[in-house]
Design a protein. Structure first.
Length: 263
């Protein structure tokens, strides 16, 4: 597949990442080596799969066999046989007095990014349920996490590494909703999907509270497409899952999946 042919299937904002995927794939071919990525979001995983498919390469994704949103990817020549330990994954469990305190997803994320200064690509999902918190991290960062996090939002915590088999399995609540939009403009899809006024939707976008395929955007007049994931802080996430033709009034009939917001 030629570079231009890959580009046409994705947004212009994805072109830089596509270039990186092409470089990675060609490096594996030239060196006959195995490459392991940092944590990628599902949209990035899809792009890397598409790019690598145009080369005689194998692709393995940690989320294929383990429930996780952010995943690590192994790109390898034909000789390689998968060893799950090559994903370089560690699972850390954070414990605290949940009887007296209630930590949120955003508080845990903020501590990791701002207090530890760890890049987002170096850790994966933050799992929360039944007073337990788990975080996927690259193995090389596991000890750093355990040594440097004693509190989250002033709440004392303890961190230990646990086997991957002890991963919390959480089911995200979702609902399907059929909506009508006059166009696939981002602000119009947000307005219809979350039942907000057009001005509310536009303000959310312009103030940097909206992401499309995990990338922040302030362009409410941009367009979204089938399978795009739109995240709106405080409201949740929606994905366009099907296009159902045109209504009698000339509007697009689409089905979106609404995922409840993480606190």
């Amino acid at each position: 597949m030629k570079q231009k042919e890959i580009y046409q299937h994705f947004h212009p904002e994805d072109h830089e990442f596509i270039d990186r995927c092409i470089e990675l794939s060609e490096r594996v071919i030239e060196r006959y080596s195995v490459e392991v990525t940092s944590f990628l979001n599902p949209h990035q995983v899809t792009i890397l799969r598409n790019v690598a498919a145009s080369y005689p390469l194998q692709v393995f994704v940690s989320s294929d066999d383990r429930k996780m949103e952010y995943a690590k990817v192994i790109v390898a020549p034909d000789y390689y046989q998968l060893d799950p330990s090559d994903f370089d994954l560690s699972l850390l469990e954070i414990t605290y007095s949940s009887k007296f305190h209630q930590l949120t997803h955003s508080q845990v994320l903020g501590t990791i990014v701002h207090q530890l200064g760890v890049d987002r690509k170096s850790f994966g999902d933050i799992l929360m349920g039944d007073g337990r918190i788990q975080v996927f991290v690259e193995q090389r960062f596991a000890l750093y996490f355990m040594d440097h996090v004693q509190k989250i939002s002033r709440v004392p915590v303890k961190i230990k590494e646990v086997p991957l088999s002890q991963q919390l399995i959480l089911e995200e609540e979702s609902q399907s909703r059929d909506i009508l939009v006059s166009s696939y403009r981002l602000d119009k899809v947000i307005s219809a999907g979350f039942k907000l006024s057009r001005s509310q939707a536009s303000q959310l976008v312009s103030t940097g509270l909206v992401k499309v395929n995990y990338a922040t955007t302030t362009n409410g007049s941009g367009f979204v497409a089938l399978n795009d994931l739109v995240s709106v802080r405080r409201f949740g996430r929606l994905k366009i899952v099907s296009e159902n033709g045109i209504s009698k009034s000339g509007k697009y009939k689409i089905t979106v999946e609404i995922l409840l917001s993480k606190k």
